[in-house]
Ligand binder design. Structure first.
Ligand code: IPM
Ligand code: MG
Length: 358
């Protein structure tokens, strides 16, 4: 057991963010003693509400403090009362870019055939991981507008890929594939976007270093189609920031909804950020019906990342058991259970597992 308690930064954020974060922390509190791990939480108030009330956004100096933590957890961000993108850029983008979290790891896994909107699909058909590049592409914010508001307006956003950024992402994906079913699919749009050819070239160049991994490449439009018509063809998908954003909402849908999907924003070896992939869902905020499954699963990813495999696995198994048995009928707001009920069920399941380890 590690001497020092882990220090975990928590940003509950906006809308349903605080609700699902409480449940993720409830489950952490259940798993930690069983795994013999100690931790300390450092809560950060960055949210649209704070910005609206006091005009405060996350200062860039917060990044220095985050570097001293073991990991960060984020609930959700976004509020219709704040200008679009302000809070997302001030918190999420600043952390992703500032801490150079170049991998966005997004597993897509189906726990029960009843959860997916797809027909004739078994859980074993949907088991993939999307490795989304997380610091480049149109997300770098390069571009702008000219003659704004006139008929001659020009709006430009540059899609940026660096050799270093592409290569480190591909290498991560190759290694991940080597630990799974050894199949890696590059998804791009290199036929229409010539700059994306850098992904194909780099893949071909480094592939011989990973002889056990079979590779293929697919355009993003075809990949979207196959995720729906034949998801079993995918093991690890590696893709650009924007395409990864889009494909992982699709991935969440085929595994049963946005409420159940989790992600890790990683810089392997350094402090990383874990979050459910859903947003702040202002329409259901405060109603107590949001699914905490994505947030709880993100907590499991966090624990796995910091090396607490046992705690991570217990949570993962508990979530899988509750969803596959139908005791939690869905990972969305229509499960008929409250956010708190689902969180408590997962925490109880973890405790029971500890009481009877087999
Ligand atoms: C995600 C989100 C973000 C993104 C938004 C909130 C900027 O959709 O994490 O997938 O586009 O990366
Ligand atoms: Mg998204």
């Amino acid at each position: 057991m590690r001497e020092q308690p882990y220090r975990i930064g928590v940003i509950p954020g906006d809308g349903i963010g605080p609700d699902v974060t409480s449940e993720a922390l409830k489950v952490l509190a259940a798993a930690a003693p069983v795994a013999g791990m100690r931790y300390e939480l450092i809560e950060y108030p960055w949210s649209s509400a704070l910005y609206l009330d006091d005009g405060v956004l996350m200062p860039e100096t917060a990044l220095e403090e985050y570097r001293t933590l073991d990991a960060l957890f984020l609930g959700a961000l976004g509020d219709p009362r704040v200008e679009r993108g302000v809070i997302e850029r001030a918190v999420l983008m600043t952390i992703r870019l500032g801490l150079d979290l170049y991998i966005n790891l997004r597993p897509v896994q189906l726990y029960s055939a009843t959860l997916t909107p797809l027909k004739n699909v078994e859980p074993s058909d949907v088991d993939m991981v999307v490795v989304r590049e997380n610091t480049e592409d149109v997300y770098v914010g390069l571009g702008g507008t000219m003659r704004r508001g006139t008929p001659d307006e020009i709006a430009v956003a540059e899609m940026v890929f660096t050799r270093r950024g592409v290569e480190r992402t591909l290498r991560y994906a190759f290694e991940l594939a080597a630990s799974r079913r050894r199949h890696l699919t590059l998804v791009d749009k290199a036929n229409a976007i010539r700059a994306q050819e850098i992904w194909r070239r780099t893949l071909e160049e480094i592939a011989p270093e990973y002889p056990g991994v079979e590779t293929d490449a697919m355009y993003v439009d075809a990949a979207a189609m196959f995720m729906v018509t034949d998801p079993s063809r995918f093991d690890v998908i590696v893709t650009t920031n924007l395409f990864g954003d889009i494909l992982t909402d699709l991935g969440a849908a085929i595994q049963g909804g946005l409420g159940g999907a989790a992600s890790g924003n990683l810089h392997p070896g350094q402090v990383s950020l874990f979050e459910p992939i859903h947003g702040s869902a202002p329409d259901i905020a405060g109603k107590g019906v949001a699914s905490p499954v994505g947030a709880v699963s993100a907590m499991s990813m966090l624990l796995d990342y910091i090396g607490e495999r046992e705690a991570a696995d217990m949570i993962g198994i508990a979530v899988k058991e509750l969803l596959s048995s139908g005791r939690v009928p869905s990972a969305d707001a229509r499960s008929g259970l409250t956010t708190e009920q689902v969180g408590t069920m997962i925490a109880d399941e973890v405790r029971q597992m500890a009481a009877s380890p087999d």
